[in-house]
Ligand binder design. Sequence first.
Ligand code: SF4
Length: 468
Amino acid sequence: MMDKFREECGIFGIYGHTEAANLTYLGLYALQHRGQESVGIATSDGARLQIHKAMGYVADSFDEATFARLAGTSAIGHVRYSTAGESGLKNAQPILIDCAHGEIAIGHNGNLVNAQELRDALVREGSIFQTTSDTEVLLHLYARSKAPTPEEALVESISQAQGAFSLVLLTKDRLIAVRDPHGFRPLTLGRLGDAYVVCSETCALDLIDATWIRDIEPGEVFIAGPDGEKSIHPFPPARKAHCIFEHVYFARPDSYVFGKSVNEVRTELGRRLAAEQPADADVVVPVPDSGVCAAIGFAEASDLPLQMGLIRNHYVGRTFIEPHQSIRHFGVRVKLNPVKSILQGRRVILVDDSIVRGTTSRKIVKMVRAAGASEVHMRISCPPTISPCFYGVDTPQRSELIGATHSIDEIRRFIGADSLGYLSLDGMLSAVGNERRHYCTSCYTGEYPVAFPENQSAYLQLALKLVE
Ligand code: SF4
């Protein structure tokens, strides 16, 4: 319903704690914003692995009986919004297999750009796939490896993968965390007493009272086992390409990702946006929730009051029964409602984090005007999104991205705003400080650090313009 890029997965792993399954459940609960379609936890008691997967939210998917079955002192967990592979329980993760190297479960955040190529080669050689997910390819490569130890088989298999992968893996006696050499997606390490914890974002560490230690480095394979911890770096060095969209929109503001506070970066995006795209107005209003930090920065830098002129309903499920009778702006109003006392007669600056197709922004601007705003100035805390992502983020084809096919003034007219201003690429990168060279910005530039598959090139075709 909301017109956004969608993060596809959150991952969590713990080694050496008597309440491994329960803590994984809590970790996934904190990572729920990264995927709401399916959830799964795999545990090991040192001899056998157990697994439970379900469609839906974390809070609705586990009960006492499930936890009783998920015995053991190590666990991995996964929340998923589908990207590669269709949605459904068969594609839910972790995926658990038993092979010559023993049982192994895997949870993946990211997208392999050479998954189809690897899959075709495996199928030609007789592999039978159970899912349409690109993650299963890694397990087939692992199972077929002739390497003498599970660790070597793992390194051999993941060395063939290209693209974005932050992984958690569980064997009967080891927790393994892997991050691709570019470090596209986040993955961080913490400790809870003697236990090791790995997860997508630090907000999951906070909830279980674990201490943040460091990020898993790009290209690192981290292993926690009976002999303690060790790290290996089996990949050749590569240009770092952290997903800048984690800071712009995906990650929770109370998290640190890529070593930086999301709240700090997001607020700084707002400050820079105010400096680059000022507007003569009375009040700054965020589009909640993701626009809030940038709006705080914008209001601070422009010396204007910040007011919550749009209220979000946090309890909207994924499905609701629409009324037969037409209600104006229903689709967006079920999630956001304007506060007339704030908007009436005022010149409003609306701050949001992105415009993807433009359809939701158009409805929001209409709704704010209908609530009495005399002017609506839309400000976006990143540059126009002009190209799709091939690194594990669900984006529409290029033809559906309004920023790819329309000038800023055409977009302004389409959404019905009095003015529209985006943060520049340079402004966005300045907000992450000295590390700007280490970020992926492909969806803003169309320049890709890792080649994407040929069969995806249709994604890059442009389309005819929208009618206003
Ligand atoms: S293309 Fe965009 S969304 Fe995808 S990894 Fe790069 S910055 Fe993130």
